[in-house]
Structure formats: C-alpha cells, structure tokens
Design a protein around this ligand. Structure first.
Ligand SMILES: *[C@@H]1O[C@H](CO)[C@@H](O)[C@H](O)[C@H]1NC(C)=O
Ligand SMILES: *[C@@H]1O[C@H](CO)[C@@H](O)[C@H](O)[C@H]1NC(C)=O
Ligand SMILES: *[C@@H]1O[C@H](CO)[C@@H](O)[C@H](O)[C@H]1NC(C)=O
Length: 508
C-alpha cells in the first residue's frame, strides 16, 4: 500500500514537474500579491528646464557630451510626462495595476539642492500626480533617488562627499513631510551598483568619473549611509503618523558558475556586484561582506595604498545600516556565466572592481530570444537569485521593483510576453519554495529614455511615438497579456489577446 501511494505520488510529482517545465498549466499568484509598473523621473518627465527645475547630472552629461548616448539623445522632452501625467495614470488604470512606482526629481523639488528653497511648481507636479493616482485607488510607490543628482552636488563631489548623507537626508525629510501623508511605499535609492560602479568606477554612466577601484567604494559607503539616514528619519519621525514602508532597491544579476570549480568565482561576483550593499542591511551580522572587505584590503596593501580602497564602516555606521529596511527591493533582468582560470590573471586594469573580482563572464547565445533581443532570457537565474536571497538573508519580504525586457520597438512584442511569462513563472517557483515575495513591478509602463541607449532600446508595455508631439502611447501585445495576468491573478501560458483596443475595467 505504502509503496503504491509513493509510486502514485511519484508519478503525480513527475507530471506536475512536467507541467511546470512545459509551462502548460495555469498558475495562481498568492491572494494578497500586488502588481505594479514603474518609471523614473529623468526617463519620462521632460520639462528639463521648466518652472524652476535645475540641472541634474543627466542633464549635464547629455548636454555636454551628447553622443555618449547611443542616439545622441537626451531626456529634455522624453515622454513629456510633466504635462501628460494624466494619460500615464489612465494607462495604469487600463492595465489594472495596484500601484505605480515613479521617482521624484531632486533638482525639480529642491533646485538649489538644499532645503532653503522648495520649488512650488515641483511640489504641485508631484501632488497632482499622486492625487490623480489616489482618485483611482492606485497606490504611489515613490523612489527618492533614481539617479537624478543635482549637478551642483556632483561638483561638490557627489556620492564621494560624506556631506551627501546629510544633504540626502534633508531632501528625504522634505519629501516625507510633503507627500508622506499619501505615499505608503518609499524606496530610498535605486540600484547602488549602477550609481557607484558605473557612475564612479567606469565611463559608462553619469557622472562617468572612471575612478576605478576607488570611486565606486567611496560612493558605496556614502550612498548606503544616506539610505540608512533616510530610513531612520522615516522610522523615528514619520512611521507612526504615516504608516508606510520604506527600503532600498538593489539590482542584481544572477552569476552562474560555469562548472563546480567556478563556484567561488561566482560567489565573488555576487558579493562584489550586490552583496556589498545587501549585506550591510539584510545580513545577520551587518557591515561589509568579509569576502569583499578582505579582498580589497589585501589587494590595496599590495598595490601600495595607505589604507583599504573600501572605506571602513565604524561600529555605529554598521549598526545604523543593519536592519534599515522594511522589505528587500529587487531589480533583476538577466544572468551570466562566471569562470576563473589562468586567462583572467592580470587581465584587468589594476586597481579596478574587475581586478578585485578576478573572474570572467560570458552569456550563451541560446539565451537570446531572438537575434535582436538585448536582455537575455534566463528565468532560472531569477529563481536561483530569489532562492539565494531567501537563504542568505533569512527570507526577507521582497518587492520586485523592476523586471523587464527590451525590444527595438513594435507592437507585436511576443519576445517581451515570453520574457514576462518565464520570469513570473520562475518567481512563482521561488514563492512555492517559501520565498516571501509580496509584489511584482514591470519595467516599464512605457518606452522611455534608456540612459546610454537613449531611445534605441524600448522597455515599454506601451509604445511611445517620439515622432508625434503628443508622444502618443499605444499598448503593445504585452500590455494586454499583463492586464490579463493582473485581472485573473494567474499566469495562463495559452492566453492570446483577442482585441487591440484597451479599455478601463470597472473598478479601476
Ligand atoms: C508594511 O509592512 C508591514 C510588515 O510587512 C505590513 O504589515 C504592512 O501592511 C505594510 N504596509 C503597507 C502600507 O503595505
Ligand atoms: C578559461 O575559461 C574560459 C571559459 O570557459 C575559456 O573560454 C578559456 O579558453 C579558458 N582559458 C584557459 C587558459 O583555460
Ligand atoms: C532586427 O534588427 C534589424 C537591424 O536593426 C532590423 O532590420 C530587423 O527588422 C529587426 N528584426 C526584428 C524582428 O525586429
């Protein structure tokens, strides 16, 4: 009898595995799971010099060296959402989202960078946006820093200046004061890896400082302490009144070892890419990850530095950081394979982030959905990343704050549909194994200025026509599929949209 039962359950388990793999079953999201879509201020707002706004590092970069951007474009007008925000909210209603993740432009709110002048037009814009969302029960999820540093603060050293912790804290406090009565989800900082590594340790993103092996680690310390400052201000002064949740969003790639011998190299990549930030907040012991701190200290000494290129955290700083979160905000797009062999020894400029890691990476051609796809589709990497976060950081509540796919454009975006379905299924696998994932945010609501790729890579559920004055927004096939997922709170791999007209369902 026992044997029979176990054979039957084995067959059932095998069948359900088969269904999972073949992706033919309809899968359901937890009852209280939330869905949203995201954008960021510089990528959509336009109105770059309107109503008292001052320059951000992206205004400065795109105006001084325009052709560092693929199509020599900028965010001067972008999606013109400063004027068209009502259409954006209408699209969110069409999709039926629970929340909208957008960001506040620091130089629009505080044109001098400081709190001596709060720009009334900036306050009005964000009030209008928030109030329009609330009319339709769409919850605002607000990112305080999505890369829009006031240019003047960059000239004072940007995130390498420890005074940034105070200045950012002051800015955050103003935002809580102005908008916190209505905003229940705050994200302090978006993607520290891109801000610090790409901005300070390379030439790929504003401010393109290229202080390799030093700039990114100075930035890491001040940026994380600024996050902690904002969290504590909220926790101490606003939480009891405003009752919202606040945390940081950390972007992470999944690093898969090429073979067993590469496990340590892959772990190095995980720790240097995102563990360096996550460990300070989400681990049990806090501080920098030992692996990272020891490696940089050892190399720094050999290289003749007077002290580690990674600035130490005092006990007080480490303790301010530890636990400064109400959820784990995660942005994830794709995966790479990692290896380490003789070929990487001495390969990288020294000192540098890459020399500190001393490993190589590659992608598989078969990860491309189509020859033109620019985000590789590796859903199992998402599953493995979510499992690692659960295990490494004692299963924190997670909000997926970004996940999405780029195309060259066009309304028939079957590749994006395939990507969303694959990644959501991988997320459901992690949830079934116990990961505490509360919400999923699609990047992006609509096409927008994609940083160094300008308008050449399109991430939108809605296509934006940059030739039209109205910046006409049209739903892609993926918008219909996303809407159906939200309506049914389930993933039906066989659903095919039967209409090209999107309407607002009752109750939205
Ligand atoms: C904030 O998080 C707590 C704990 O996870 C939860 O009970 C509460 O509902 C959250 N608040 C909001 C506004 O979602
Ligand atoms: C190192 O590993 C990479 C990735 O597998 C491989 O392409 C390369 O040939 C290897 N080099 C040596 C010297 O083993
Ligand atoms: C792929 O890109 C090429 C070159 O940009 C373009 O001509 C072609 O139409 C694209 N194909 C698809 C399916 O988008």
């Amino acid at each position: 009898m026992l044997l029979k039962i176990s054979i039957v359950s084995l067959i059932l388990a095998t069948l359900s595995e088969f269904n999972k793999v073949s992706g033919q079953d309809i899968r359901h999201f937890p009852d209280d799971f939330l869905f949203g879509a995201a954008t960021a201020s510089y990528q959509i707002e336009g109105a770059w010099n309107v109503d008292g706004k001052s320059d951000s590092i992206w205004d400065h970069l795109t105006h001084t060296v325009p052709c560092t951007v693929a199509d020599c474009s900028n965010g001067d007008i972008a999606d013109n959402s400063y004027y068209l925000y009502k259409r954006d909210i209408e699209m969110l209603r069409e999709l039926g989202v629970d929340y909208y993740r957008f960001s506040i432009s620091w130089p629009r709110l505080l044109p001098t960078s400081f709190t001596d002048h709060v720009n009334p037009a900036g306050v009005e814009y964000y009030n209008n946006l928030i109030n329009e969302m609330l009319k339709y029960n769409i919850t605002p999820m607000v990112t305080l820093y999505h890369w829009e540093l006031p240019q003047k603060l960059q000239e004072l050293g940007g995130w390498t200046n420890p005074s940034m912790i105070d200045w950012y804290g002051d800015y955050a406090k103003i935002a809580f004061e102005l908008f916190g009565d209505r905003v229940k989800f705050w994200i302090t900082v978006n993607e520290p890896h891109l801000i610090c590594h790409r901005g300070y340790g390379s030439t790929t993103m504003a401010p393109r400082l290229n202080m390799q092996g030093t700039g990114e680690y100075l930035c890491a310390k001040n940026l994380m302490l600024a996050h902690a400052r904002a969290w504590h201000i909220y926790n101490d002064e606003y939480r009891s009144l405003q009752k919202g949740n606040i945390s940081i969003t950390i972007s992470a790639t999944w690093y898969e070892p090429e073979s067993e011998k590469d496990a340590a190299a892959a772990e190095d990549y995980h720790q240097f890419d995102w563990g360096i930030y996550a460990h300070t907040v989400f681990s049990e012991e806090g501080g920098w990850p030992h692996l990272v701190a020891d490696r940089i200290a050892t190399k720094s000494e050999l290289q003749g530095f007077a002290r580690s290129r990674l600035p130490a955290l005092t006990a007080e700083e480490a303790s301010n950081l530890l636990g400064s979160s109400d959820f784990y905000g995660l942005n994830h797009y794709s995966s790479v394979y990692v290896y380490r062999n003789e070929s990487v020894v001495g390969l990288y400029e020294s000192p540098s982030y890459y020399d500190d890691i001393e490993a190589g990476t590659f992608r598989l051609d078969e990860w491309k959905i189509s020859p033109n796809s620019s985000v590789n589709m590796v859903p199992w990497g998402f599953y493995k990343l979510l499992s690692k976060i659960r295990k490494d950081y004692n299963n924190p509540p997670i909000i997926i704050t970004e996940n999405g796919f780029a195309t060259a454009g066009g309304l028939e975006d079957d590749d994006r549909v395939k990507y969303f379905r694959g990644y959501m299924a991988a997320m459901l696998d992690a949830i079934e194994e116990g990961s505490d994932i509360r919400a999923y945010t699609a990047w992006s609501l609509m096409d927008n200025f994609e940083w160094m790729d300008g308008y050449t890579r399109r991430f939108g559920l809605y296509e934006v026509d940059y030739e039209s004055l109205e910046r006409t927004r049209t739903p892609r096939k993926s918008a219909f599929v996303f809407k159906e997922i939200l309506r049914t709170r389930s993933l039906d791999p066989n659903y095919e949209p039967t209409t090209t007209t999107i309407t607002i369902d009752p109750g939205h």
